[in-house]
Design a protein around this ligand. Structure first.
Ligand code: ADP
Length: 819
């Protein structure tokens, strides 16, 4: 009910009865007034009647007095007459004033006055007559006086009668009016009161029901407020719990403890998403030891937790199964009856799940609180994670900082060095300036020479063209040579073989018709032929390799068998020289390998025969072992003369022997190792040597377990003659491969072949070389650094750089010489 209708109601229920009372009072006053006025009129009438009676009495007194005098003639009897005579008219006049409002009565009084006047005249006459002794008796006897008196009496009676009638009529009117008015008023009051009572009751009922409604609404709002306060309180308390610099486990503990105390959860766990999207348990509450120890990480599709994450909403679980979490306390353990799974999210991203178990049924307000705090929790989890990351990054930064400081110190020292250098530079600049003047002079001379040089250059380029043409010819002829050698060797072997057989036959002297000397000649021919054949075979092999015509025929080769063959061949030779000979195969070596057996045998025979040849006492051995990732290693070891370090590469060159006398002393052609190395390459392997003079040598052949022909390898082999058969530079071949000194610092030589262009720096001052090296790198070149002229040559020959930076003053040779 609003204020206005309440005021209306109030004014109706209070104002109306009040007005009614007032009206009653007014009516009452009016009735009283009316009655009073009516009473006045009645009183007036009574007074009129009284006055009339008084006047009548006066008239009678006058008559009585006159009669007494008339009878007695005694003057004393005239006293009443005399007394009444002056009074009667005034009495009549006052009566007339009283009935003024009634003309009929006024007329009557006027008549009475006239009658009284007439009687007075009559009385006076009579009295006078008496006194004078006149005949009063006759006058009295003819009845004139009596008539007047009767008339006066009659008039008075009429007057009083009229007044009495008037009084009666008034009384009647008053009683009628009073009864009617009072009845009407009572009826009105009763009706109005009834109406008021009805309306009042209705309004009060309405008021009471509205009050009741209000009361209920108030109660509901109070409950709502209380509920809101509970939720807000919960949010505030939780917010206090997640405040501060907390780690994830501390945050989880605080959250779970809060829910335990605020919602009465008896068991709980907090899972947080890690970088792989898995849920990792970071905190728990009230779990028993077994659960605690159980898996802490859940994959992104496992179980109800993942379901809650996927749906992104609260999950309520009632009537939990037996194998749900067991909670445990100091007093015992039990099962929760219900559970809530609430995903926590930040910025729309779900980053964790809270799982709570209860011993009571779930209430709506539990859900509401959980849903309200989900965002806040998500934010707290996120910030804890950020903090963790921040700390890690901070630690890294600190470490970097320390490293930076170290580097700064290094920089400082470098700076000092630089300052020193710049001082030196300044000095040299002054020096340079003087030199520049000199240079300008020489420059002029030089320009003259340049012209001369230009001319020579033209000549040179002509000569170069000729050279190129010759080189092409040479390449062609070298190819022909290889082919010729291959063919010729092949052609030579047939007649040589027949002459060998013939020489052998001769030497055996089957018919006994040759002298001892002739047999010796034949043996010499045989032995020389044999050497020749070997030589031809070697040349044939080399020519074939160079011409790329050597075919590899891989097959499954039994090592044991191969070794037995070798043992059979070399044991007698060794024993003949008084050497011990041993062959051993190590345990992990496979029984077979897939390769060209004949070529392998050829290599091993060559190595073994060298070993026996160059060993005078001691032993020769062949050891076969297996190296995972590399292949099978055949190591031929001897205790012979050994090879000097500077010879160890050269002996693999064609026709190379350690010293000139060796041919005379040991025989041989100097081709064996060269062929062996080529063959080893062909089979996908390599040969290396480790030896020291006087101690013996170890030649190691390493072969892959399984031969695989490689297209480019075959191609490379077939291309080789064009390179290798350029006119042999005998000295170059005889020279040892230049031994490079260790570089001043790690340049790019290990990175060859280079993907980009390469610059060779020949500079002995290491710091300056370093600067040039860095500059070259900055400009995107690879860079090699040589510290001297010789090393520079070697590097240039080996890597063929795109450009060379050359220092003019080098420790070994002058720059001009190098140029
Ligand atoms: P050849 O044996 O026909 O002279 P090689 O190419 O087989 O030719 O050997 C080249 C040179 O290497 C030999 O002349 C010898 O000086 C040296 N040499 C090879 N093997 C040995 C060894 N086991 N001990 C010492 N020197 C060796």
């Amino acid at each position: 009910m609003d204020q206005r209708s309440f005021r209306k109601l109030l004014s109706r229920n209070i104002g109306l009865p009040l007005g009614l009372g007032l009206l009653g009072a007014v009516a009452f006053v009016a009735v009283i007034n009316y009655l009073l006025s009516a009473m006045q009129w009645v009183e007036h009438t009574d007074r009129v009647i009284g006055n009339a009676n008084e006047t009548v009495k006066l008239s009678i007194d006058m008559e009585t007095g006159m009669r007494g005098f008339l009878i007695t003639g005694d003057e004393r009897f005239l006293d009443p007459y005399e007394v009444a005579k002056p009074q009667i008219f005034s009495s009549l006049q006052s009566l007339r004033g009283m009935v003024e409002d009634n003309p009929q009565q006024v007329d009557r009084i006027d008549r009475l006055v006239a009658l009284q006047q007439a009687w007075n005249d009559f009385g006076k006459e009579m009295i006078t007559q008496r006194r004078n002794g006149g005949d009063y008796r006759q006058a009295v006897g003819n009845g004139r006086g009596k008539r007047i008196t009767d008339e006066i009496r009659k008039e008075f009676d009429d007057l009083v009668g009229t007044e009495q009638q008037l009084r009666m009529a008034r009384n009647e009117t008053v009683s009628r009016v009073t009864v009617t008015a009072i009845s009407a008023f009572v009826l009105f009051i009763v009706g109005l009161s009834g109406l008021l009572a009805y309306l009042g009751r209705r309004d009060l009922l309405a008021l009471s029901s509205s009050y009741d409604d209000n009361l209920k609404a108030q109660q509901r709002s109070a409950e709502r407020l209380e509920h809101q306060a509970w939720l807000r309180n919960g949010q505030t308390q939780l917010a206090e719990q997640v405040l501060g610099q907390l780690t994830l486990p501390m945050l989880g503990d605080n959250i779970l403890r809060f829910f335990a105390s605020y919602l009465g959860s008896v068991v709980g766990a907090l899972y947080v998403r890690d970088g792989h999207g898995r849920l990792v348990r970071v905190a728990s509450y009230g779990l028993d030891a077994e659960q605690q120890a159980r898996e802490q990480v859940l994959a992104s599709h496992d179980g109800l937790l993942a379901q809650a994450v996927r749906e992104g909403r609260l999950l309520r679980l009632e009537d939990l199964p037996e194998d749900y979490y067991r909670l445990s306390s100091g007093l015992g353990s039990g099962l929760p009856r219900s559970a809530l799974l609430m995903p926590a999210s930040d910025d729309g991203q779900i980053n964790g799940v809270i799982e709570l178990g209860f011993l009571r049924p779930l209430q709506v307000r539990d859900d509401e609180l959980m849903e309200r705090v989900a965002g806040n929790l998500g934010m707290s989890i996120e910030s804890a994670r950020y903090r963790q990351r921040l700390q890690e990054v901070l630690a890294e930064t600190q470490q970097l900082n320390e490293e930076l400081q170290v580097q700064q110190e290094e920089l400082k020292t470098a700076n000092e060095e630089l300052e020193e250098q710049s001082r030196v530079l300044k000095e040299s600049q002054a020096h340079l300036e003087t030199q520049q003047a000199e240079l300008e002079q020489t420059n002029e001379q030089l320009s003259e020479r340049t012209d001369a040089l230009d001319r020579k250059n033209d000549e040179l380029s002509q000569a170069q063209e000729e050279l190129q043409a010759r080189a092409d010819d040479l390449q062609r002829s070298s190819k022909y040579k290889s082919e010729f050698l291959a063919n010729m060797s092949h052609e030579l072997r047939t007649p040589l073989n027949s002459s060998l057989i013939l020489a052998k036959l001769l030497a055996e002297n089957g018919e006994g018709n040759l002298s001892g000397e002739q047999v010796k000649f034949a043996e010499s021919i045989y032995s020389a032929g044999n050497d020749l054949l070997n030589l031809i075979n070697d040349i044939l092999d080399i020519a074939k390799v160079e011409a790329g015509k050597l075919e590899v025929r891989p097959e499954t080769t039994h090592l044991e068998r191969l070794v037995e063959g070798l043992r059979g061949m070399f044991l007698p030779l060794a024993e003949h020289k008084g050497l011990s000979f041993e062959v051993k195969i190590e345990g992990q070596v496979p029984a077979t390998l897939f390769t060209d057996r004949q070529r392998l045998e050829q290599i091993l025979k060559n190595l073994l025969s060298n070993a026996v040849k160059f060993t005078d006492h001691g032993q020769v051995s062949l050891a076969i072992s297996y190296q995972a990732g590399t292949g099978i290693v055949f190591a031929v070891r001897d205790s012979g003369i050994g090879i000097a370090a500077d010879q160890q590469q050269a002996i693999f060159g064609a026709f190379h022997q350690v010293d000139g006398s060796s041919n005379r002393r040991y025989g041989g052609t100097g081709l064996g190792l060269s062929i062996s190395r080529d063959l080893a390459h062909l089979l996908g392997g390599q040969i290396s040597v480790d030896s020291s003079p006087g101690q013996g040598s170890v030649f190691s052949l390493i072969l892959p377990e399984r031969f695989e022909a490689q297209a480019e390898e075959v191609e490379a082999l077939s291309l080789r003659p064009t390179v290798d058969t350029l006119p042999p530079a005998p000295q170059a071949a005889a020279l040892p491969a230049p031994k490079l000194p260790a570089p001043a610092f790690a340049d790019d030589r290990e990175r060859a072949p280079f993907g980009n262009r390469c610059i060779l720096v020949i500079e002995d001052e290491p710091n300056f070389a370093r600067i040039l090296f860095d500059l070259a790198h900055e400009l995107g070149y690879s860079c090699l650094v040589a510290q001297g002229a010789d090393e520079g040559f070697a590097l240039a020959a080996q890597f063929i750089p795109d450009a060379i930076l050359l220092d003019m003053r080098l420790p070994d040779h002058s720059g001009l010489t190098v140029l």
